[in-house]
Every structure is written in structure tokens, then in C-alpha cells.
Design a binder for this molecule. Structure first.
Ligand SMILES: *Cc1c(COP(=O)(O)O)cnc(C)c1O
Length: 431
């Protein structure tokens, strides 16, 4: 397997080099040279396979022998050491719970897989590896937890001040030693821009090998395909489900569509967005016109210029008709998100987090128009991570111990403007 830039101006590289570089020099994203097919036998026997065994089969062709089978198998088991239950909310709507990992959000899987690949590839190297990452809420915590304490690897995390929940912030700031946390006076898109500048800064490259841990890194992006296989493993019908994916940077959805290309049984996909509606507007008008990001209840999806959308376009060779056949995109307001959280709790006792609520609502609306269809939405974070859940549901307070314990820990963070010089100075002082 080789990895090419979506811009096709850089030569293909190996899995290892793509993971270490994070992003091609031409500013595109790495994309696999071929999409492996899942065998019919594999799909049929999903229910009898373990989660790590499923992940191993899916990821193996992408690694192309660059990690020995026994090591890769161990990385898969180690990464997936928690559950991914499919929970029935209504007869037609099921929740795929992706929040049972250490930081209670789905990004744990990609972050844990990537940290273990990176450790494997950096073994025996004399230079330090520096991972720089922007977070809209959950990436940073997952990356910090995934990399914390790893020798030879430093991590710098940038997050937008005041735009993440209190628990999300504590998950970013309660590490120290090899983790540096920068609180940026700006938006997530500012953080993303600053990370791109750091990654291409020759000055920083003098001190360490730089890579990103955003979903643009293939070691974070590719393993997300396994969620969809885990869903089908637990699906109870021959008629495949509609998948509704709460989308911000579009990595999770792009992974689902990649799995579909490999043979994942599925009906349509829904890109469920909040008020940041660049992609829903693109579907209506054919024009990709990002606006200023707006801040919403589902803060991890406050992305105006989603990086991974180019991968989806690549998968469909830029053909809007082929894409429209498989995918639709909708925008759900904060008001509808709140109503959905309230109503679903009242009717079924199920507490949605704001991101899952966006996807639930998009799926619910979709099924209204297609009687006989059933679907799965991806519940990407634990509801207790967000104060808003408590506000909407009254005295809802079921924060698991992993969250409650954070409040007692000391915090480490450096506040900076959305200014690259300041960011660079902080990072340099720490490596
Ligand atoms: C990151 C995140 C999303 C969006 O995922 P993308 O892959 O960026 O589209 C959705 N929900 C939660 C809770 C997240 O943390």
C-alpha cells in the first residue's frame, strides 16, 4: 500500500512515512493508493469475531506489512480494550456508543492506535518526535491520554479558549511532563491554522521530527472504520442500516464511507452537522464556501472548513452525483438539538450528548420520510462531558469517576494569542 497526496503532486509514501509526516508537503492529505475489499466471508462472520480481530483484518492491508502481524495484533487489542455497544432507543433508531474509552469520546480509538504506531516507528531513533495537535474539544484529551508518558515523544495541544466544556478542558490540562497545553485566544479554525504553520516551520524541525495527531493523520483516520464493522456485528436485520454521523472535521464520516467502499453493508449515510453548515450548503449549491465558524452546543463540531471532506471527494472522484447517491448532509440548530435531548430523555430515558443529539435528530427526520428504513447514529461522547446536558435535563449528574477525579488534579496550561510567534516560543521552550 502506498499513500498519495489528495493533491497528487507529491510522490507516494509508505504507511510509516505517512504516519510520521502527518501531512504531505504539498498541503493535501494522504490517501491510500487502493481500497481493499472485505471478503463476503469476513462480513458474514463478523458476529463471531472479537473486536480486535475485526480491527486487525480491516487495518492490516493499510499497514502493508510495515508492522509485523503479531505486533499489529497486539496494538489492536491494546487500542480496543473497551466496549462498543449498540443500544436500541426506538424500534428504528439505535445508538452506537463510542464513548466507553478512557476520555469518554470516540477519538480515543484513533488516538490510541496512532500513539502505539508512532511509538513502534520511533523506537531506536535518536531524534525526538513532536506531535502538534489542534482540538475542538475531544481530540486533545484523547491524544494527551494516548501519548502521556511515552518516551521520546512530546505533545503540544492547542485549544480555543472558552470554547470547550469544563471536563474537556480538564482532560487537556491535567497532564504535564511530555504534554504541553496551549489555550489560544481564538477559534478552533485558528488553532488548526497555527498547527499547520508549526508543522511546516523549519525552525521547529531543527529540534524534533514533527507530526500531527489530528484526524488528518492516517493512523488516526483509518482505524475509525472499525466502528462501522462493530455496528454491523451487532445489527439484527438483513436490511442494512442508515448511518447518521455527527460531523465536524469529517474524519469519522470519511472513514465510514471508506468502509462502505470496502464492502460494509449499509444504506445511506447522513452527515449530521450543527449550524456550521459548509457541507450541507455545498450539497445544495455545489459551492464550497466556508464562513466564519459559529459556536454551538456541539462544540467538537464547530468547524467551518472541514479538512477531511477532500478525502470524501477523492473517494467519489469529485463526482457530485455519485456522492449524492450515498450521502446527504443536514444542519441541525441548537434549538432542535436541545429539544431532541429533552424529548428523547423524556420518552426513553436515554441521555444524549449534544453531538449524538445532532445525529439522532438528523436520522429521525430522515426516517420520517422513508418508512420501513432503520438506522444507527454514532453517539460520539458521554453526555456527562457537557454541562449543557445537566442544564437541559435538570439535575442530570452521572459523571463517571474518570471525569469526577479530574477536578482534584492540578492544571497546566499556557495562554497565547492566535499568533504563530507566541505558539512557537512556547513549544520551543518545552522541547
Ligand atoms: C470530534 C468529534 C466529532 C466530529 O468528528 P469528525 O471526525 O471531526 O467529523 C463529533 N462528536 C464528538 C463528540 C467529537 O469529539
Amino acid at each position: 500500500m502506498r499513500y498519495f497526496s489528495t493533491k497528487r503532486r507529491s510522490p507516494g509514501v509508505t504507511f510509516r512515512d505517512a504516519v510520521l509526516a502527518g501531512q504531505p508537503a504539498d498541503g493535501g492529505l494522504f490517501f491510500p493508493s487502493e481500497v481493499p475489499r472485505w471478503s463476503e466471508e469476513f462480513v458474514k462472520t463478523l458476529p463471531s469475531r472479537s473486536d480486535p480481530a475485526i480491527a486487525f483484518e480491516i487495518i492490516r492491508p493499510y499497514v502493508g506489512g510495515e508492522i509485523r502481524d503479531d505486533v499489529l495484533s497486539e496494538i489492536c487489542s491494546d487500542t480496543l480494550s473497551f466496549q462498543f455497544p449498540l443500544v436500541r432507543i426506538t424500534p428504528d433508531i439505535l445508538s452506537l456508543e463510542l464513548f466507553h474509552g478512557p476520555t469518554l469520546a470516540f477519538k480515543d480509538v484513533g488516538a490510541r492506535f496512532m500513539s502505539r504506531c508512532l511509538r513502534f516507528f520511533s523506537e531506536g531513533r535518536s531524534r525526538k518526535t513532536l506531535v502538534v495537535v489542534a482540538t475542538s474539544g475531544d481530540t486533545g484529551g484523547a491524544v494527551a491520554a494516548g501519548f502521556h508518558g511515552m518516551e521520546g515523544i512530546d505533545v503540544a495541544i492547542l485549544y480555543p479558549k472558552g470554547k470547550v466544556s469544563r471536563y474537556q478542558e480538564l482532560q487537556l490540562t491535567t497532564f504535564s511532563d511530555n504534554v504541553t497545553t496551549l489555550e489560544v485566544r481564538g477559534s478552533f479554525d485558528d488553532c488548526q491554522r497555527l498547527v499547520k504553520m508549526a508543522l511546516s516551520d523549519p525552525d521547529l524541525h531543527k529540534f524534533a521530527d514533527l507530526t500531527s495527531a489530528n484526524s488528518i493523520n492516517i493512523a488516526r483516520w483509518l482505524p475509525q472504520q472499525v466502528y462501522y464493522a462493530f455496528a454491523i456485528k451487532q445489527w439484527d436485520s438483513d436490511k442494512p442500516p442508515v448511518f447518521s454521523v455527527p460531523s465536524g472535521n469529517f474524519g469519522n464520516l470519511a472513514a465510514g464511507l471508506l468502509a462502505k467502499r470496502s464492502g460494509l453493508p449499509s444504506d445511506r449515510f447522513i452527515a449530521a452537522c450543527n449550524a456550521n453548515d459548509t457541507i450541507p450548503r455545498f450539497f445544495r449549491t455545489g459551492k464550497y464556501e466556508p464562513r466564519q465558524p459559529v459556536f454551538t452546543l456541539s462544540n467538537a463540531m464547530d468547524v467551518a472548513d472541514p479538512s477531511n471532506f477532500v478525502r470524501i471527494q477523492k473517494l467519489f472522484r469529485g463526482d457530485p452525483a455519485a456522492l449524492g447517491h450515498v450521502l446527504e448532509a443536514v444542519s441541525i440548530s441548537d434549538a432542535d438539538t436541545e429539544t431532541t435531548i429533552k424529548n428523547v430523555f423524556a420518552k426513553s430515558g436515554y441521555a444524549l450528548d449534544p453531538h449524538g443529539a445532532v445525529a439522532y435528530r438528523a436520522l429521525f427526520d430522515h426516517l420520517q420520510e422513508r418508512p420501513g428504513s432503520r438506522g444507527i447514529f454514532l453517539e460520539t461522547a458521554h453526555p456527562a462531558k457537557f454541562e449543557v446536558t445537566g442544564r437541559i435535563l435538570g439535575n442530570y449528574d452521572v459523571a463517571p469517576p474518570a471525569l469526577r477525579e479530574l477536578s482534584a488534579k492540578p492544571e497546566y496550561k499556557v495562554e497565547v494569542d492566535a499568533d504563530y510567534e507566541q505558539v512557537r516560543d512556547v513549544i520551543k521552550s518545552r522541547i
